[in-house]
Design a protein around this ligand. Sequence first.
Ligand code: GDP
Length: 206
Amino acid sequence: MTIINFQTATFLSSAPSLSKCPPDEGIEVAFAGRSNAGKSTALNTLTKNKKLAKTSKTPGRTQLINFFSLTENQRLVDLPGYGYAKVPLEIKKKWDINLSNYLRYRQSLKGLILMMDCRHPLTRYDQQMLDWSSQTDINIHILLTKADKERNNALNATLNHVNQFVMKTQKPLRTVTAQLFSSKTKLGLTQLEEQINFWFQESSQF
Ligand code: GDP
C-alpha cells in the first residue's frame, strides 16, 4: 500500500462552479465545514504546510472550490466554508447550488471530510451537508475539531451523540464515520491520515 505524502500538496486551481473544475478524472477528497470550524487549520496540519490553506483564504478565493494536487491522479479539495452570517442571501443561494452540484455530480469525489467544532456539532448547515451527500454514495468522515478545548467526558459524549445521529444516515454503499481532532495537540491526526489514505487506496483499485 502506497502511503500518501500529504506534504506534496500544491495549489492547482480554483473554480467558481462545477463546470469550471479541473477534468473529472482521478480521485478527490474534499474538505467542508462551517466557517470557523477549523478547516484551514486542519488542512495545514495534514499537509504540514502553513501556507496551503492561506491560498484558499486569499480574498477572491474564499467562495471558490480550491484544488490541490498530491499526485497526478489524486487531489485534495477545499470547499468554501458555509453558514457565514455576513454573506448576502443571494450569494448564499448561489453557493448552495454550486456546493450541492459539486457533491452530487463530481465523479472523482470519493470522500468528504466534514469539519464541525466539537462544541457545536450538527448545526442545521452540517445536517444540510449530510442530507445533500446522502443522495450520493460519497463516504463521509466527520472531524470534531478543536478537541483541545473540551474535557474528555464531554468529548466522548459528543462523539457518541454524533455517531448515534449518523447511524441513521448510513446506506449500503456509503459510510459515515466520526473522530475527535485537534490541530493544536495533533490529536487524531494519524487517524485522519489513515482514513484519507484508505479512500485513495480503495478507489484506485477499480
Ligand atoms: P475555517 O474558517 O474553518 O478555515 O477555520 P480556521 O482554520 O481559520 O480556524 C478558526 C479559528 O479556530 C482560528 O482562530 C484557529 O486558530 C482556531 N483553531 C483551529 N483549529 C484549532 C484547534 O485544533 N484548536 C484550537 N484551540 N483552535 C483552533
